[in-house]
Ligand binder design. Structure first.
Ligand code: HEM
Length: 234
């Protein structure tokens, strides 16, 4: 194993798994694009009518949306293995833009969450999401600066699951989910908490599952190698 990879290596995917993964990423990208057009594009034309209750803080919201858009739409490209291998420079440039987007997006949402007109509980929920979004993205950056590729991939996955909370949250808000709650503000706060904690927990299960499967397979290969060596030495 070379110095660039970490202590364990993920097993190579088969053709079927690769195709499934590619289709899943195309779906994720199209969903992100749909919600971006539905909820974000009108803010690019700055006027009081388009900004409504956010008019007083239009600068912070625009900064948040510009940064968030970079992260949301560039994210899926970062997971495209073929593109990464064929054009590593492109991957590095779009990766930097992804992180820059998160820094700008978080600066805007730190401000917005502390000035939210919905409720204090809503502000706290979005403030917490911003911190987790920023810190997990910083972890991904630190890992790649230390040349820990597997750790970097895991943190970028967590970071994108958090970026995608923009979509997951609106998907839940648009659905009949928890519509029976007496107070609509309670529903919004609950959805903000659920839209990232549950996806992040599911992501963690998948990441840890893959990690333990690859450790088990590496140690099986080591045992096999040792047995073959014993046989040839005998
Ligand atoms: C996942 C991290 C994110 C956090 C913590 C976050 C936080 C916030 C906050 C605090 C607000 C103001 C809410 C209010 O007080 O009413 C807001 C609104 C908004 N955010 Fe984000 N956001 C995130 C991701 C994104 C992304 C990736 C986009 C993509 C463009 C985005 C687009 C918007 C839009 C369009 C609004 C205006 C509200 C609306 O019209 O739905 N956000 N966000």
């Amino acid at each position: 194993m070379n110095a660039i990879s970490s202590h364990h290596q993920v097993q190579p995917s088969t053709g079927g798994t690769k195709l499934l993964r590619r289709l899943a990423w195309i779906f994720v990208f199209l969903l992100a694009l749909y919600f971006f057009f539905k909820y974000a594009t009108h803010y690019f034309v700055v006027n009081e009518r388009n900004y409504g209750p956010y008019w007083q803080h239009w600068g912070a919201l625009l900064l948040h949306i510009v940064g968030g858009t970079f992260a949301l739409l560039l994210g899926p490209l970062q997971f495209w293995a073929g593109l990464r291998q064929r054009f590593p420079r492109f991957h590095r440039i779009t990766g930097r833009l992804y992180f820059a987007g998160i820094v700008l997006g978080s600066a805007g949402s730190l401000y917005l969450s502390t000035h939210s007109k919905v409720s204090q509980a809503f502000g706290v929920a979005l403030f917490a999401l911003t911190l987790v979004w920023l810190i997990s993205s910083a972890m991904a950056l630190v890992a790649i600066l230390r040349r820990q590729v597997t750790t970097h991939k895991e943190w970028v996955t967590r970071s994108y699951v958090l970026t995608f909370a923009f979509v997951t949250g609106r998907l839940l808000l648009d659905s009949p989910f928890l519509r029976g709650m007496a107070n609509p503000k309670d529903r919004m706060v609950t959805i903000i908490w659920l839209c990232w904690t549950i996806p992040l927990f599911i992501t963690e299960i998948i990441l840890q599952w893959r990690r333990s499967a690859s450790i088990a397979s590496n140690s099986r290969q080591r045992e096999l190698g040792a047995t073959n060596w014993d046989r040839s030495a005998a």
